[in-house]
Design a protein around this ligand. Structure first.
Ligand code: TXA
Ligand code: MG
Length: 325
């Protein structure tokens, strides 16, 4: 039976209790959730996404007491981040406890934990007595979903229920910070900028570009990719009649038109932010990448974000979306 969509937390809980899969809303992107302490349920996640087993899953919790049994110690700086930024778009990598299966961690001795900031999912998490293992609810390698409809379109045959919590406000995945080494390290830029993390715990390293490093497969060169071919938008590209562009802001679109002496028609462009805001651009990015595919646009040129705030995280997703299979 294909999945239904709704807001019934009791039903979601029943499905999870009996080992099923539920699409859950979070402030970053929608997750594909199962009982994180039940290996059989966790295995279903990998099958539904066609995800390789070496790619570890994040465990989601609804309160701190749920975490204590999952990790082997909480470093002081990790505790500071937890106090300041949870619930929120932050995943922390800890040494794992015995309780956490290597199926969840892709064989690693560490585990990623996050407390998402979405009222429906927090309520759900507080009514169950296990953490939820949940990757983004998209087929492996494709763009992450930011609405219940996105999840339905691609995974309705694989899962039992989708909790509809409206569009994801942040729109890109959580920032991942690892505390396995002496200096904390950002493994994936996301909903919290590096500056935000550093304002709380001081300097961190950022190891995003070690492409061959399977530490965080979100770091694989090609990830988050629509079927539409994407190239970088520069002011030098040749404009052909079938031109399509994704502009960062309305201002940059107008600049482009002025410099190039063209007037693009409505179906030739998308704009990531009308308010020239990095936060708004992040929240629109994945929806717009998906629309390129639903509109069957074969090739589009996309503009990078200014390197402030969430700009580097947005550009990270754009770079990976451009890297072709
Ligand atoms: O915002 C998010 O984090 C979303 C929502 C649903 O919470 N989840 C998400 O999960 O993006 P996923 O599986 O698509 O990406 C999680 C990333 C993967 O790249 C994985 O490799 C990395 O987290 N990761 C998980 N556990 C890890 C570990 N122990 N060490 C290093 N990286 C880890
Ligand atoms: Mg993902």
């Amino acid at each position: 039976m294909p999945a239904t969509i709704g807001t019934d937390i009791v039903f979601a809980k029943q499905i999870l209790n009996r080992g099923g899969l539920v699409g859950i809303p979070t402030e970053t992107v929608y997750g594909l959730a199962a009982n994180g302490l039940n290996e059989e349920s966790v295995a279903k996640i990998f099958a539904a996404k066609n995800r390789p087993f070496f790619d570890p899953l994040i465990l989601h919790i609804g309160n701190i007491s749920q975490m204590v049994n999952l990790v082997d110690g909480i470093p002081t700086n990790a505790q500071k981040l937890i106090n300041a930024l949870w619930p929120g778009p932050l995943t922390i990598i800890f040494n794992k406890s015995e309780l956490v299966s290597e199926l969840v961690t892709g064989g690693l001795p560490s585990v990623g934990i996050r407390m998402p900031n979405h009222p429906l999912t927090l309520e759900l998490l507080k009514t169950i007595d296990f953490p939820l293992a949940a990757p983004s609810a998209n087929p492996f390698g494709y763009v992450s979903p930011t609405s219940a409809q996105h999840v339905y379109e691609q995974l309705h045959n694989e899962i039992d229920y989708i909790l509809d919590g409206g569009p994801s406000e942040v729109g890109i995945e959580s920032t991942i910070v690892s505390f396995l080494n002496d200096t904390p390290s950002i493994l994936r830029l996301g909903g919290y900028s590096q500056e935000t993390i550093e304002s709380i715990i001081g300097p961190v390293t950022c190891s995003l570009n070690q492409h061959s490093n399977p530490q965080a497969p979100g770091q694989l060169d090609q990830h988050y990719s629509p079927h539409c071919k994407l190239s970088e938008l520069t002011s030098e590209i040749t404009i052909i009649p079938s031109f399509h562009g994704v502009f960062y802001s309305s201002m940059s679109k107008e600049n482009f038109e002025n410099i190039r002496g063209v007037k693009l028609n409505d179906n030739q462009f998308e704009i990531l932010t009308l308010k020239n805001s990095d936060v708004e651009a992040a929240s629109n990015l994945f929806r717009i990448l998906r629309e390129l595919d639903s509109k069957e646009i074969p090739h589009s040129f996309i503009e990078f974000a200014p390197r402030i705030g969430l700009g580097p995280a947005i550009n990270d997703r754009i770079n990976r979306a451009m890297a072709k299979r």
